[in-house]
Design a protein around this ligand. Structure first.
Ligand SMILES: [Zn+2]
Ligand SMILES: [Zn+2]
Length: 136
């Protein structure tokens, strides 16, 4: 298995996990847009007990567009968004692929929440596309 590493902008928070393939999904929901300042967020699901982290994060929790609790972890020093935990998917941390040391290692397989994508957002229409979350 290949070790995958990443960090926040200032380097205070680092993480690693093992994965040969990084299957990622992109989310265009309003919360992901606001929290990242980007038109989409691309994440990979990593089993929470196999994600090694170094350095403390701060968290912010709210209710998602599908009315479930979502907790986002960010670096308290530089503000980089790193991991998300969702009530809907227990035991998993969604790692933001743009914080990987090698972001291109990720392969996107689906787009979520295209119903709230900005008109100017880049959208890969070659992969599975969902207006909201696939299971509603
Ligand atoms: Zn930082
Ligand atoms: Zn989202």
């Amino acid at each position: 298995m290949t070790i995958r590493k990443g960090s926040c902008l200032c380097g205070q928070v680092k993480y690693s996990f093992y994965a040969d393939q990084i299957d990622a999904v992109s989310c265009y929901c309003r919360d992901c847009q606001r929290v990242t300042g980007s038109p989409l967020t691309t994440v990979v699901a990593v089993s929470a007990d196999t994600l090694n982290t170094e350095g403390l994060t701060r968290t912010f929790s709210n209710r998602s567009a599908s009315n479930r609790d979502v907790t986002r972890h960010f670096c308290p020093n530089c503000g980089s968004q790193l991991f998300t935990e969702a009530e809907m998917v227990p035991g998993v941390k969604f790692v933001k692929c743009s914080t990987l040391d090698e972001p291109s290692a990720a392969v996107t397989t689906a787009n979520f929440w295209l119903s709230s994508a900005a008109k100017w957002a880049p959208i890969d229409k070659e992969i599975a596309c969902f207006d909201e979350n696939p299971d509603g």
